[in-house]
Design a protein around this ligand. Structure first.
Ligand SMILES: Cc1cc2nc3c(=O)[nH]c(=O)nc-3n(C[C@H](O)[C@H](O)[C@H](O)COP(=O)(O)O)c2cc1C
Length: 334
């Protein structure tokens, strides 16, 4: 069994790191829906953290806690430095990406290709742990290309755990580094949840979260009831944030109340006003809100009003209020 820390408890349900999607505005929205879920940043490469525009890449609001910074890289010294900077920025966890198959990432020899180099991952993690007082975790696949997951995954977990990592998120499918696009790599290689369950049986002291293809809170809870320590949801949480996160605190942690999409919109308005006052654009926030009413009457109008209007010069919170009124009117008429 694993000993629960506040972060491990939060990791019972997490929202996956998603490049171009889980930026600070998206995370703020998700936090309005769930006070408890662990949120991940987009992947930021270690060199970008070290040399890039830090506030733009790493800045976040206190309200987003608990929030984890995902790093990409495979140079132990760079990752060590990046982990330190991330910790100083106030992140609750530093996560290393060993699952992303994109070309750009392959060329830098990190992401999923690291499944073939567990010793290097262990070395990177040891360096990060030495420098960072917060927990260092790893997100991985079950293998890449012709690797045999049954052999590769336990060896990977064992080797990296020996460096001091106690929490892993496993995207339960292989990545094919040649021939499949990053998008195809999220759907085509078959999911093997059983293997993740077996890993939990073989490594009971590790905190293991499962990721890949989870489409509802009930499914997530099913994994917890079956003995896994956490479930990480990516696309479904992004496309149907109210369905996945609005009831998460009650369903997963047995406390708090359901937050409806309407309530989340109301909570976003002051945030939007602040963002605009600082020179931001409405669209930067509302693009993450398009799925709030997914599957409900008015969803299409909500989506259309925001996607057509939020980019117009001068667009402000009144557009969001008008789009919301349209949803509420339709519901009243239904
Ligand atoms: C748009 C997009 C961007 C992603 N970017 C990252 C990333 O930066 N780091 C990472 O580890 N995984 C990334 N992923 C993969 C997700 O974290 C997750 O592993 C994958 O989507 C499977 O989970 P799901 O079926 O719940 O979406 C991305 C996925 C999507 C859809």
């Amino acid at each position: 069994m694993t000993t629960d820390t506040p972060l491990k408890t939060a990791a019972r349900l997490s929202v996956a790191p998603m490049m171009d999607w889980t930026d600070r505005h998206c995370r703020y929205l998700h936090r309005q829906l769930s006070g408890r879920a662990l949120l991940y940043t987009e992947m930021v490469t270690a060199p970008a953290v070290i040399h890039g525009e830090r506030e733009r890449l790493l800045g976040f609001e206190a309200a987003e806690h608990p929030v984890a910074l995902q790093l990409g890289g495979s140079d132990p010294a760079e990752l060590r430095q990046a982990a330190r900077i991330g910790t100083e920025y106030g992140y609750d966890e530093i996560n290393l990406n060993c699952g992303c198959p994109s070309d750009r990432v392959q060329s830098g020899a990190f992401g999923a290709i690291l499944m073939t180099r567990p010793e290097l991952v262990a070395e990177c993690c040891a360096e990060m742990i030495a420098e960072s007082p917060v927990e260092v975790t790893v997100k991985c696949r079950i293998g890449v290309d012709e690797q045999e997951p049954e052999e590769v995954l336990p060896r990977f977990l064992e080797t990296v755990a020996a460096a001091g990592v106690t929490r892993f998120t496993i995207h339960a499918r292989k990545a094919w580094l040649q021939g499949l696009s990053p998008k195809e790599n999220r759907d085509i290689p078959p999911l093997d949840y059983d293997l993740v369950h077996r890993m939990k049986r073989d490594f009971p002291d590790l905190h293991l979260s499962v990721n890949g293809g989870i489409g509802s809170l009930e499914e997530a809870r099913g994994f917890l009831e079956a003995g896994l320590d956490g479930a990480m949801i990516g696309r479904a949480a992004y496309h149907q944030p109210a369905d996945i996160l609005g009831d998460a605190d009650r369903t997963i942690w047995g406390e708090g109340e359901t937050v409806a999409a309407e309530e989340a919109v109301a909570r976003m308005l002051p945030y939007i006003e602040r963002h605009l006052a600082q020179g931001g654009r409405l669209h930067q926030v509302t693009r993450h809100m398009l799925g709030l009413f997914a599957g409900r009457p008015g969803a299409r109008g909500w989506r259309r009003m925001l996607s057509e209007g939020a980019n117009r010069p001068g667009a402000g919170p009144e557009l969001v209020e008008a789009a919301l009124a349209q949803v509420t009117d339709l519901r009243a008429a239904a």
